[in-house]
Structure formats: C-alpha cells, structure tokens
Design a protein around this ligand. Structure first.
Ligand code: CA
Length: 514
C-alpha cells in the first residue's frame, strides 16, 4: 500500500520536461517524489510539474511534443500552468508529411462477434428503433406529441422494438437551402435516418410548404422505398385538423413497428460495429488514462475488422502532421488536410481560431491549452493507419480507423457520428457529463477514479485506476472492448440508457439562415 500513497506523477515521453501529478487531491509544497523531485508549491491533481529548471523561451514538452513555451523562468518542482505558457503556432498544413509513417497492419483478431440486428443494406444494428424523421422544426412538437402516444399506446404491443425516436431539429426552413453550407445539415438529416439502428425503415413527417421538401431530404436511391409504401405524412394535406394529423402519423408508425418487431438479434461479426469515439469535459489525465485505454480498445476493434471513427477537428488540428503521416495513402492524408483547411477558414470567418476550444473546466482540470488537449485527444485513435476521412454528416463506409470531421461540441459531434452510421459510442470524460444518445448506446469512461466514485451510477468504466497503478492501459482497454461487445448485444446496458439520458440531435449548419 505504501507505494500507492507516495507522491506520484506520470511522464508520457522520455523527452518530456513536465509530468502530470496523479496523486488523488493533488500535492502540498515540499512533497517529495521517489526520484527526489521536491514540489516548490501546491500542485492540484492532474496538473503539471516542471521536472527541470526552465528558462524564459524554453520549449515545454509533454507527449514528446512542444505544448508551449515558458514565458518566464520556471524552477524545477513548480506548477506549470496556462499563465506561464505561450501557445505554439499550429502545424502548417502545407508542410504536413503525406503517408510517410504508415503503421504496419496489426494481426487480425478472429472470431469476435456480437448479437445484432441484421439490416437489408448489410449493416447491423445494436438497437431496434423506429426513427421518425422530420423535414422542418415546424412539425417537431406535433411529432413529439404523436411519439408520446405511440410509446404509451402502440409500442407495448411490439416488445421486440426498443424505442421510438423522433429526429427533430431546428433546420428545414428560413435557411439559404442552396448555399454550399446547406449540404452539411441536409446530408446529416438524410444519413441520420439511415443509421443502422433504425433498421432501414424510413418514416418522414413534413409540413408541406417548407424549403427542405421530403424529396430533397431523401436521396434518389431512397425514393423507390418511399413510393413502395406510404412513408411520408404531410401535415398540410390533412382535412380534419390535428386529430387526423396525429392519427395518420400513428397509423404509419404502427405499420413500421409491425415490420421491426419481426426482427431478432443474430450473431454478427465485430466487423459490423461502427464505433464512434469522443471526449467531453476533458482534463490532463484524459491523455494519460482514459484516451490511451480507448486507443487500445480501438486497436482491438480495428484488428477485429470494425470501423472506428474519431472526430472533433479543433482537437486534432495541432496533431495534423502526426495524423497525415499515419494516413494509409497520400490521398487520405490530402483528404485530412482538406477538412482541416476548411475548418481553419470556418473559424477565421467567425473571428476565432482553434484556441477557442478549451473550456474553463478543461483548464481547471490541468489542460493548459489546445495543443496539450489535442495530444491527449488523439490517443483515442490508437496506433493503426488512418484509412479514410469523411466530411461532416457524410456516411462512413470504410473499415478500420476513420476520421469523420466534426466540430468538438459533444452533441453536434454525436449527431454527426450517428449520421456517419455509428452504432456504438465511447465517450471519455474527466470533469464529468451525463451525456447520452437515444440512437446508439454511449459507454462513458472516466479519466479519474474520483469522478467514477462520485458518479458511480453515470460512469460505466473507471480508467483512473491507470493513474493509481491499480490497472494497466491494456487491462482497461480490454475491459472497454468486451463491454462494447456486451452492450452492442443488448446483454448489458449503459448508465445513460438505464436512466434514459438522451441529448437532443444538434445539427452543424455552416450555411446562412434567412
Ligand atoms: Ca466533444
């Protein structure tokens, strides 16, 4: 036990001149580490300590990379925080290496399966949900009303269907529907209704006069499906008021429920999993505990043939040069650079840059700036080659590690990852969030044990055991992997699903409103 009580820090790379204090509750001035280092001041848990004397202008190294420059002399044993550091320039996109360090494929992991719902398009669901898509916000409250009645009056007769979810949103009218940016929310809505957990059944509720007409929402390939059987309810076609409108939606919904109810879970290879990775409320331990453990699980998933997607442009921007080097081909690297450049411009037009990303909570949790946050964030992506890059709201079809470009905002990223066909979500957090999604299960992994203890009925896995030396990155990574298979099979439920904590769909609309 004695060794656990000794002051502890974790240094990520041999070159690093700072390390993260991992002793619970932080450490007092005068605390002495086994290596002889003595703290000259109080350092909170998850914050950085200087391992060497730093002069003004010296590079501050964590993860083996420059996370900032000292703006004054920092003696060994001091607390290295945001106010003492200058932010480095982001890596130049012109100079990023293209597929120069492609990792060799890891040995395949055979025989990993889960019990899922097989879909006609070859994908597999981890839930069996009736989704009701909407073209415009005008119908949202009506659909909400109808869904409440469907859930209480009809759904109990179809016990093999897990849920009924209304895909409601603020888009659809009052927008410049032909502006280039409009393509993003429109394809997001289209691809959301194609999520594998909706079983290929499409039901659309439209107002009638809106800019986003049902034919525009659905792709050409989906139109025959809509024509085959009535799947669109247009409110303005009703002759007998609200009662008729609701009855019509309920009738169409029951037809879909009948079909969905016939489905049963069957054994599916793990390669049918599309696992989205995200973090929210990060701290300096994110890159030490939870994200490396998720990265280990990501490698196992890739080895099992699954799709693993990471996102959050502003949180990978400072690692662009590392990720383009890891791209499987120069073309994939160029796709990645294109998404970074698009987002740089998007932020510039808004009068901001990637430094706008970290939150007060991130900083309180020990993350000095976006470079440090990014280096911790990409640990989630494991160690395999980057196989493909997709734009916001596009559907991901490639297996292996994929970058799906999205903002870092938790709900927008989650919504866009669902549009990309995500059927399982892993979410790491240090500060804590009750985040959840209705469409795909969200497994929450805490970076520190304090959070996992305080929120034992919200956090699914405690990766803080890595900081205290009670578990290794590999052990927690394997735990995450097996929990993914259990939850995907319906054998276990996440805390968010047990409580029914489901955040709203939030679209990314870079286009103008009118
Ligand atoms: Ca996020």
């Amino acid at each position: 036990m004695r060794s656990l009580l000794q002051p502890r820090y974790i240094r990520m790379h041999a070159r690093d001149n700072v390390a993260v204090v991992v002793s619970a509750g932080g450490l007092a001035a005068g605390s002495r580490f086994p290596c002889g280092l003595v703290l000259v001041e109080v350092i909170p848990e998850a914050h950085k300590v200087a391992l060497a004397d730093l002069a003004a202008g010296d590079a501050i190294l964590r993860y083996g990379v420059v996370i900032g420059y000292a703006n004054r002399a920092i003696p060994r044993g001091s607390w290295v925080h945001e106010d003492l550091m200058t932010l480095p320039e982001p890596p130049s996109l012109e100079d990023c290496p293209l597929a120069t360090a492609v990792p060799a494929p890891l040995p395949a992991l055979e025989g990993c399966t889960f019990e899922g719902f097989r879909n006609a398009d070859g994908s597999a669901g981890t839930k069996n949900i009736l989704g009701i898509s909407t073209t415009v916000q005008c119908v949202a409250a009506t659909v909400g009303y109808a869904v409440k009645r469907i859930k209480s009056e009809i759904l109990p007769h179809y016990p093999n269907v897990d849920d009924v979810v209304a895909i409601t949103h603020p888009y659809g009218c009052g927008v410049a529907i032909d502006a280039p940016g409009a393509a993003v929310p429109i394809r997001t809505l289209r691809n959301l209704s194609l999520n594998p957990n909706f079983g290929g059944e499409i039901l659309v509720v439209s107002l009638g006069c809106e800019k986003l007409q049902p034919v525009r929402l659905m792709s050409a390939g989906m139109l025959p499906v809509l024509e085959d059987e009535p799947s669109v309810a247009v409110m303005q076609e009703a002759q007998h008021g609200f009662g008729e409108i609701v009855a019509n939606i309920m009738q169409l919904a029951e037809k879909k429920l009948k079909k969905l109810d016939k489905r049963r879970r069957v054994s599916c290879p793990a390669s049918d999993l599309v696992v989205g990775l995200q973090c929210g409320g990060s701290d300096a331990l994110s890159g030490v505990t939870a994200n490396p453990a998720v990265g280990f699980a990501a490698d196992l998933l890739v080895r099992a043939g699954a799709t693993v997607m990471f996102s959050e442009v502003t949180e990978v921007r400072d690692a662009a040069h590392l990720l383009t080097a890891r791209a499987a081909t120069p073309g994939v690297a160029r796709d990645f650079i294109r998404e970074m450049a698009w987002y740089d411009e998007y932020l510039r037009l808004g009068g901001a840059d990637r430094a706008a990303n970290p939150t007060p909570g991130n900083k309180k949790g020990g993350l000095a700036n976006i470079v440090e946050k990014a280096m911790g964030s990409i640990a989630k992506a494991g160690s395999t080659a980057l196989m493909a890059v997709t734009g916001p709201g596009e559907r991901v079809t490639q297996k292996g590690l994929v970058f799906a470009a999205t903002p870092a905002s938790d709900f927008i990223c989650g919504t866009l990852q669902l549009a990309a066909a995500m059927n399982m979500h892993i979410f790491t957090t240090g500060r804590g969030t009750p985040y959840g999604l209705s469409v795909a299960p969200v497994i929450k992994v805490s970076t520190n044990s304090g959070l996992a203890e305080r929120w034992s009925d919200l956090i699914d896995i405690d990766a803080g055991r890595i900081a205290s030396g009670k578990a290794t990155v590999e052990e927690v990574g394997r735990e995450i992997f097996s929990l993914i298979l259990d939850v995907a099979s319906g054998r276990k439920k996440t805390w968010a699903d047990r409580w029914g904590l489901h955040n709203e769909f939030v679209l990314f609309n870079p286009g103008p409103v009118t």
